[in-house]
Design a binder for this molecule. Structure first.
Ligand code: SF4
Length: 276
């Protein structure tokens, strides 16, 4: 094996091992291919000459600590056909989020904010995280941005409770900052099964943070207005209503994105104002 290739392989295996060990510390399956990893790492390390790449020793300060209130990742299974059963399982998930300490955001929350709306909605809106009002009331999108979202939902022909609304993270980031990548990853233990249980036909990602956490933000060009996919569900990324409050001239662009959603769902697109 080429020494450079072997060195690179050794580094990748070390990273994989560290990741799996962290998963195990969080209650995940751990190292199901542990022996194979060890053997591969040993071979790669031997082949990499004259000196194998150094892998930094883990920083004890960042080592995973015991987290008694960290729920295990919920296995994603097909949603129950029975709507009330879906509601029960979503309610169980919300209960787990209420006591979750999997990331630092739990430290300053008043309460976790799980979702609102129809547990078998055909459309789900995903924002980034609760704000001050949401943290106080325990419901997502209830401040001015939420009121604007409600008007957008009404313009699409839905009642407020026809749709399902949630966020990437369930606890309020301090000063309403954008959730950090590690916080989004930690909270995917809720978002992923939550979306699997609702099983919508379409997801609308509100803002870049939601688009990135759903894996549909493109690295180049505009990140909004083009279809992506999350676990097989079509996702339309568009601007967050809070941004529209600051930049109302962008509302027309968002409406164009929402018209694509309505077309996908077979809903009639209302004519422009002024035309009956
Ligand atoms: S944001 Fe999510 S992962 Fe972090 S503590 Fe709250 S519920 Fe847990």
């Amino acid at each position: 094996m080429e020494p450079e290739l072997a060195a690179e392989l050794s580094s990748i295996l070390a990273s994989a091992r560290a990741h799996l060990e962290q998963e195990a510390a969080l209650g995940g399956p751990g190292l199901p291919i542990g022996d194979a990893l060890e053997r591969l790492a040993a071979r790669a390390s031997t082949a990499a000459s004259p000196e194998p790449p150094r892998v930094a020793a883990p920083d004890p300060a960042s080592a995973p600590t015991a987290m008694p209130n960290v729920p295990l990742p919920v296995p994603v299974t097909p949603p129950p056909a029975d709507v009330s059963e879906r509601a029960v399982r979503l309610s169980q998930l919300a209960g787990e989020a209420a006591t979750c300490t999997a990331c630092a955001l739990h430290q300053m929350r008043k309460q976790a904010v799980f979702a609102r709306g129809n547990p078998s909605a055909e459309i789900v809106f995903v924002g980034e995280g609760p704000g001050a009002e949401e943290d106080r009331l325990g419901e997502p999108f209830v401040g001015p941005a939420g009121q604007l979202l409600d008007r957008m939902i009404a313009a699409m022909g839905y009642a407020r409770d026809d749709v399902y609304i949630c966020n990437v993270v369930k606890c309020r980031p301090p000063e309403n900052r954008t959730p950090r990548p590690e916080e989004g990853i930690a909270c995917s233990r809720f978002l992923k099964p939550q979306l699997a249980l609702v099983a919508p036909k379409v997801i609308v990602a509100l803002g870049r943070c939601a688009a990135e956490n759903l894996g549909v933000a493109r690295a180049e060009g505009s990140w909004r207005g083009r279809w992506g996919s999350y676990e097989g569900v079509p996702v339309m990324p568009t601007y967050h209503p809070a941004y529209l409050l600051r930049s109302p001239e962008q509302k027309r662009i968002v409406w164009d994105d929402l018209k694509l959603v309505m077309g996908r769902l077979g809903k009639p697109v209302p004519p422009p104002k002024g035309r009956a």
